[in-house]
Design a protein around this ligand. Sequence first.
Ligand code: ADP
Ligand code: ASP
Ligand code: MG
Length: 405
Amino acid sequence: MPIIVQKYGGSSVADIEKIKNVARRVAKSRDAGNQMVVVVSAMGDTTDDLIALAKKITAHPSGREYDLLLSTGELVSCTLLAMALDSIGYRAVSLSGAQAGIKTDTEYNRAHILGIDPKRVVNELNAGNIVVVAGFQGITQDQDVTTLGRGGSDTTAIALAISLKAKECHIYTDVDGVFTADPRLVAEAHSLSEINYEEMLEMANCGARVMHPRAVELGQMYNMPILVACTFNEKPGTLIHGGKDMEVKNKVTGIAHDMDVAKIMIVGVPDRPGIASAIFEPLATAGISVDTIVQNASIENITDLTFTVAAGDLDKAMKVVMPIAESIKARDCISNSRLGKISIIGAGMQNTPGYAARMFTTLSEKNINIHLITTSEIRITCIVDDDRVSEAVRALHRAFELEKP
Ligand code: ADP
Ligand code: ASP
Ligand code: MG
């Protein structure tokens, strides 16, 4: 019997009626002759609520305690779904990430899956059970529970699908699929029928939270097609795949945005070997991801170094960077946490002139100032003030005619 892995996000299991709806959907796929593995996120805003509880006690909880706390959200939803399946006559067993054999490294809060030992899941499937797995979590070699980063249940699902050699992997969420832009922001955005891994990875890395970036990376690495569709209707959704047979369109596929960007600018930095590593090594050691990095051309061996981090990491980053800036005798160190980024993404932009110009012109027509610009072969990103991001996304969506399917 073919194996299908389905993942249901937080809003899909937000209350008991919704959990019952998921149980009916899973049962239908089981009736169609599939072995079912179901990954769930925590109910609704549970993870946010758990974080708020921890923050009431301490601003810096230990990684171990924090992750074990957060992992409980998914335990609630997976056990309730197993009960809901059982109550409509389908034998089901719930498993924590550890019980499902999901092994991770020890980076609490953003652990990487190192491997999966699928023995238990396979045994349960062979015994005729539907297997419901708690998403977003795994276990270290020392038996400590870890979590995979916000949105990480997607990654649990893809990793399980790969390890079980599943026929299909479905990500069910509260929107119809992957849209040309966040449908909450752009009313005219439409759901794409397909998108390739590279484009989806850029979208996810640039803030389109409909898919966890690491899940897309895994899908691409193992060539596992991913269907993103809606829990609440039967629309076909979006297939994320290798894209070999995709029609190459000379255009932008989608626009992603992220409101949560902070910039740090180290002014008057001596331009000599070793300076960048003196700054970025300690940031990496402190577990802070640096996104965009721009270094100005130096004048008389003095330059400015600007980079961005997630706004939530700004205080921590400044604590690391300030003493370094002082020790390398930089003139100043300035930060701004009120920034956002907008990215236009499309494989069809490769080697084609005109897209950057159109993006900059559109922003300038709206009088939106660009703080930083970065590009990849299939992406152009502008950092702008966070209160202009929504307007910018809507204007770009129109300028690149994305409302027309
Ligand atoms: P889940 O809880 O199901 O994992 P998420 O909240 O993580 O759901 O992701 C779904 C949300 O992602 C949507 O409600 C939507 O607002 C947002 N989103 C952002 N960009 C996009 C996009 N390009 N396409 C679809 N959804 C997007
Ligand atoms: N519950 C976790 C979160 O809210 C993981 C997930 O939903 O994928 O980030
Ligand atoms: Mg998600």
